[in-house]
Ligand binder design. Structure first.
Ligand code: AMP
Length: 251
């Protein structure tokens, strides 16, 4: 079985993104920011590599859609254990429906048995791509996975829900999205990082895949959240209750 893993290049989770003046409005200031693999995609990749190590998969293919600079993320994926890296050049970054169409095309070309994605990309926080992809392909899906086991023609997946952990069996091929507790990704060794530099990265254009992006929405404006008002200190619980009543927070 081949596993496709979607790895998105995003602003590193440690970086606080700022806005800049642009065309009379505010825009994201992404100049000189540290960019990394989306953290949930690191977890998805680690799970795919573990499944291959257990003999449940033959090949792990990391796929990244976006600017040419996503090469770095694909090299990191190779260093972390992916067998192959596929880059789809697409600028500006396509929206989740188009990303799903692209990943679906690759999954079909590769005859993949499993697509493992992060539960969400931390830049757009969409949490849509895996679900849309399963719908487009007509495959089963298990989102927010905290444990994955391949049993014959099925994947048995523990899912994190608000009311507890749900265990589902999903027929393969399927789409699984990784939650935070699925695993702890390994650090790539220096030897693997050096080897990954020499490995080829396969590239496709959207035209080669026969895909024309259709954006579904556009950003109209960006603003900073309102500044937090200063708090006050009260001397007693009685004073707090009186204040909450005065502000009509409680009766
Ligand atoms: P989203 O629906 O945008 O929150 O993204 C969910 C998941 O889809 C991510 O964690 C990735 O695994 C995958 N994905 C989203 N965008 C891309 C991209 N540009 N390239 C590769 N995978 C992506």
């Amino acid at each position: 079985m081949k596993i496709i893993v979607g790895v998105k290049r995003v602003v590193d989770y440690n970086v606080k993104v700022r806005l800049k003046q642009d065309n009379g409005g505010l825009a994201l200031d992404l100049d000189n920011l540290k960019m990394s693999m989306n953290p949930f995609d690191e977890i998805a990749l680690e799970e795919a590599v573990r499944l291959r190590e257990k003999g449940a998969a033959r090949e792990v293919i990391a796929v990244s859609v976006g600017s040419p600079a996503a090469q770095n993320v694909l090299r990191a994926a190779l260093a972390a254990g992916a067998d192959r890296a596929v880059q789809i050049i697409a600028e500006p970054m396509p929206q989740p429906l188009d990303i799903a169409r692209i990943l679906g095309k690759i999954a079909q070309m590769e005859q993949a048995g499993l697509v493992l994605l992060g539960k969400q990309a931390i830049d757009d926080d969409s949490n849509q791509t895996g679900q849309i992809l399963a719908g487009l392909l007509g495959w089963g899906q298990a989102s927010f996975a905290s444990a994955v086991a391949i049993k014959g023609e099925e994947a048995v997946v523990e899912r994190e829900t608000d009311s507890g952990v749900e265990t589902v069996a999903v027929r393969l091929p399927a789409v699984i999205t990784a939650d935070l507790r699925l695993n702890e990704p390994r650090y790539a060794s220096l030897a693997n990082i050096m080897q990954a530099r020499k490995k080829p990265i396969e590239q496709h254009s959207l035209a080669e895949l026969g895909i024309v992006p259709h954006p579904q929405w556009q950003v109209l404006a960006l603003n900073y959240p309102p500044a937090r008002k200063a708090g006050i200190k009260l001397d007693s619980v009685e004073a707090l209750l009186a204040r909450l009543r005065a502000d009509r927070v409680i009766n």
